[in-house]
Design a protein. Structure first.
Length: 94
């Protein structure tokens, strides 16, 4: 019974009255202020990663313990890469 209710709600949420075939999230463009995003990442992760961009959309984070650098596409990509890297090998600074 619960599954039926969820599917009805999901169908209603997925219906696009404009007739668009694009998912709702794909039809919304959001401009990101990259310097603010970089500053926000530095506040959260700057103690253990040196962060930067190459100017072509690739963002990088170099571990402060001397291990490898991770890369990501834009702020969301680098955040995901940092989280994955840190979960696998927490940064230890001595």
């Amino acid at each position: 019974m619960a599954a039926r209710g969820v599917s009805c709600i999901r169908a209603a949420l997925e219906h696009d009255p404009r007739g668009s075939t694009d998912p709702p999230a794909a039809s919304v463009a959001i401009d990101v202020d990259e310097s603010n995003a970089l500053d926000a990442l530095r506040v959260d992760w700057g103690a253990v990663y040196e962060l930067g961009t190459d100017g072509n959309g690739i963002w990088w984070a170099r571990r402060r313990d001397g291990r490898a650098r991770v890369n990501g596409w834009g702020p969301d990509g680098i955040l995901a890469a940092i989280r994955e890297d840190y979960a696998a090998r927490p940064v230890v600074i001595r």
